[in-house]
Ligand binder design. Structure first.
Ligand code: C2E
Ligand code: MG
Ligand code: MG
Ligand code: MG
Length: 284
């Protein structure tokens, strides 16, 4: 530890680190009771067709309404739940809740085509032996067709995945469930590797979208996105982009051939009723 004037700063940094560790510890311990008490809730963010701006579906994003800390985003607690295994029951709850919600949307907008639901899966859920059975059960109970569900798995979770890990995803894909590769472009997956993954959607990471915000956009980034889109399409994968914040970005990404988009420009994640009003008023 530094002894001179800098010493205070180091002690302060130490204390901050301690506090963060204590908070993490407290949050981790509080997770199971929070699930039982119903402190988690889901916000839905619309996915829209870049072509005409119509609503394609929504992504379910979990939040924790903590009695002391207020509303916590998933980055604060998903890694903790992942670490302790609580992600399995929590993830099952998210799936159940959001699949039931998608069924309600479909009933209310029968003429608007099927609204779809995207649900995130973490690596531990992928490894859990009950994944396929749980998913089938949840879909059947809600009466939602498997084709209306998209499970999002991050690229990094599938890097180096062996057949054992891919098998449940393949089973789900064979049933008609879409599998999306989330945060695509941030990992180091070999593009040729895409062929052996049972995925039907690439979700281009926000970092690409961000580089479209600069005007003029970095020409190399444009080329990269163009290349990814054309490769994806030749493999019959749909391309979704995340993090669209401006109309200029949306225009650029539409021109580059991306299929669907998600981001604050269209709507922030919100309560399920927001999706109704967006579909009804065609507000997007
Ligand atoms: P993700 O799946 O990549 O979700 C997209 C994140 O980008 C969300 O953050 C969303 O709120 C945010 N976002 C959407 N549009 C914009 C935009 O225009 N600009 C910016 N700056 N951000 C935007 P969120 O809700 O904090 O979720 C973070 C991550 O937590 C998610 O990343 C996902 O990996 C994970 N997550 C969320 N819900 C669940 C869940 O139920 N289960 C699991 N396993 N992971 C979840
Ligand atoms: Mg996602
Ligand atoms: Mg994502
Ligand atoms: Mg992301």
């Amino acid at each position: 530890r530094a002894k001179s004037a800098g010493g205070n700063r180091f002690e302060f940094a130490d204390r901050e680190a301690d506090e963060r560790a204590i908070t993490r510890h407290g949050l981790t311990n509080a997770l199971p009771a929070a699930l039982e008490r119903g402190e988690f809730f889901i916000e839905y963010q619309p996915l829209v067709h870049l072509g005409d701006g119509s609503v394609h579906g929504a992504e379910a994003l979990v939040r924790w309404s903590h009695p002391q800390h207020g509303v916590l985003g998933p980055d604060r607690f998903i890694p903790l739940a992942e670490h302790t295994g609580l992600i399995v029951p929590l993830g099952r709850w998210v799936l159940e809740e959001s699949v039931a919600q998608a069924r309600v949307w479909q009933e209310r907008h029968a003429d608007g085509g099927p609204l779809r639901i995207n649900v995130n899966l973490s690596p531990t859920q992928l490894h859990h032996p009950g994944l396929v059975a749980d998913t089938v059960e949840v879909l059947e109970r809600a009466g939602l067709s498997p084709g209306a569900l998209c499970l999002e798995v991050t690229e990094s979770a599938l890097i180096g995945a062996d057949e054992g890990l891919l098998k449940p995803l393949r089973q789900l894909a064979d049933m008609g469930v879409d599998i999306a590769l989330d945060d695509f472009g941030t990992g180091y997956s070999n593009l040729a590797n895409l062929r052996r993954l049972p995925v039907s959607v690439l979700k281009l990471d926000r970092s690409f979208t961000q580089s479209m915000q600069r005007a003029p956009a970095d020409p190399v980034d444009l080329k990269i996105v163009e290349g990814i889109v054309s490769l994806a399409h030749s493999l019959e994968l749909a391309v979704t982009v995340e993090g669209v914040e401006t109309g200029a970005q949306a225009d650029q990404l539409r021109e580059l051939g991306c299929d669907t988009a998600q981001g604050w420009y269209y709507a922030r994640p919100g309560a399920p009723d927001r999706i109704h009003s967006l579909v009804l008023t065609d507000a997007i």
